[in-house]
Ligand binder design. Structure first.
Ligand code: ATP
Ligand code: MG
Ligand code: MG
Length: 309
C-alpha cells in the first residue's frame, strides 16, 4: 500500500483573471474554480489517476470539512484524515492571468494543530503502516507541528522499515535528510536552500546522494537530475506550453512512486513521471493530467546516464 501524509491540507481556489494583474486597478475575474490542495493530496490524486491504490492521511479542519470532502470525493481519493476540531482547512490562491504562462501562488499558514491532534495522527500511522508500504510526506508543516514532531514521525516510520519519500522544503527537508529517508525531490531552489547556493546543482546532488537512496532535483521545464545506487541521470523533457506549473512536482512524485511500487525500472519511471508532469502543466488546475498524453510525452523524454569522475 502507498500512503500519503498531508500535514497542512488546503483547498486550492483558482482565480482566473480576465486580463493580466495590474496594481491600482480593479482586476476582474472571469471565473473561480476549486481544486484539491495539499501536496500529499496531489500525489494521491496522481497515483489514483494511474490506477495505483493509495490512501491519503493527515489533518483536516472541521468547520469547512464538507468543502474539502466534496473535492476529495469528486477526485475519488481514498482518505482517512484526523479532524482538527473548530478550525477551517486553509485556502491556497492560485492566480492565473489571461494569456500568461505559469501561475502565482498565495497561501495561508494553515490551522494550528495540538499535541493531541499529532498523537491521533501518529496512532493512525502506527496502526496502518507495514514494512512493505511506501509513505510520502509532502508539503509544509502547520503551526503547532514542530521539527521535533517531524523527527518523531520519521522515527516511527523508520522503525516500520517502510520506504519513506519526502517532498518537503527548508528545515523540514534538512531534518528528513539528517534522519535518512529513501526518496526526496527538491526543486532547484529547495536544494540550494539545504545544501549550498554557490555549488553547481550536480555538486549538491552528489552531496545528497551520499545519504539518500533516490534523489530527484527537478528544474521545471529544464527537466531534472537524479541519483540512485551510485549512478547519476540527466532527464530532458519535451517543450510544452505551460499554463499552470503549480503541482508539476507533486504530479511527478505521485507518478514516480506509483511506477516504483509496480517494480518498473528507474529510467522508465523517470521518463513516465516526467511525461505525467509535462501533461499536468498544460492544464489550468493544480491536479489534472492525461495518462494518454503522458505516455506520448514519455517517448520524447531523454534519460541519460551521466559520466561522473
Ligand atoms: P510543485 O509546484 O508541484 O511543488 P516543483 O517546483 O516541485 O513543483 P518543478 O521543478 O516545477 O517542481 O517541476 C517538476 C517536474 O515537472 C520537472 O522536473 C519536469 O519534469 C516537469 N515540468 C515542470 N514544468 C515543466 C514544463 N514547463 N514543461 C515540461 N515539463 C515540466
Ligand atoms: Mg516549480
Ligand atoms: Mg514541489
Amino acid at each position: 500500500m502507498i500512503y500519503t501524509i498531508t500535514l497542512n491540507p488546503a483547498i486550492d481556489r483558482l482565480l482566473f483573471l480576465e486580463k493580466t494583474l495590474v496594481k491600482e486597478k480593479n482586476n476582474r475575474l472571469s471565473k473561480v474554480e476549486y481544486d484539491l490542495g495539499g501536496k500529499g493530496h496531489h500525489g494521491s490524486f496522481a497515483m489514483s489517476t494511474l490506477g495505483v491504490e493509495n490512501q491519503a492521511l493527515g489533518f483536516c479542519g472541521t468547520t469547512n470539512k464538507s468543502k474539502l470532502e466534496k473535492i476529495l470525493k469528486e477526485k475519488e481519493l481514498n482518505y482517512d484524515l484526523v479532524e482538527v476540531y473548530g478550525k477551517p482547512t486553509r485556502e491556497s490562491y492560485v492566480i492565473l492571468e489571461a494569456n500568461v504562462s505559469g501561475s502565482i501562488l498565495i497561501t495561508e499558514k494553515g490551522f494550528r494543530v495540538s499535541s493531541y491532534d499529532i498523537e491521533l495522527l501518529t496512532e493512525k500511522i502506527e496502526e496502518k503502516i507495514q514494512e512493505k508500504d511506501i509513505v510520502l510526506i509532502a508539503g509544509s508543516m502547520p503551526p503547532g507541528f514542530e521539527l521535533r514532531d517531524l523527527e518523531e514521525l520519521l522515527h516511527v516510520l523508520k522503525k516500520k522499515n517502510c520506504f519513506i519519500a519526502c517532498d518537503l522544503s527548508g528545515t523540514a527537508l534538512t531534518k528528513a535528510v539528517e534522519v535518512g529517508v529513501n526518496f526526496i525531490k527538491p526543486n532547484a531552489f529547495e536544494i540550494q536552500e539545504i545544501v549550498s547556493a554557490e555549488n553547481p546543482l550536480l555538486e549538491n546532488l552528489k552531496e545528497l546522494s551520499k545519504k539518500i537512496d533516490y534523489v530527484v532535483v527537478s528544474q521545471g521545464s529544464e527537466g531534472s537530475i537524479c541519483s540512485h545506487d551510485g549512478e547519476f541521470y540527466q532527464i530532458t523533457v519535451p517543450k510544452v506550453v505551460a499554463v499552470n506549473d503549480t503541482g508539476a512536482g507533486d504530479c511527478f512524485v505521485g507518478a514516480f512512486l506509483a511506477n516504483l511500487s509496480l517494480g518498473k525500472p528507474l529510467t522508465e519511471t523517470l521518463a513516465f513521471a516526467s511525461g505525467c508532469a509535462a501533461s499536468k502543466v498544460q492544464y489550468t488546475n493544480s491536479t489534472t493530467f492525461s495518462v494518454k498524453e503522458a505516455k506520448l510525452l514519455q517517448k520524447k523524454v531523454r534519460v541519460e546516464k551521466l559520466q561522473m569522475d
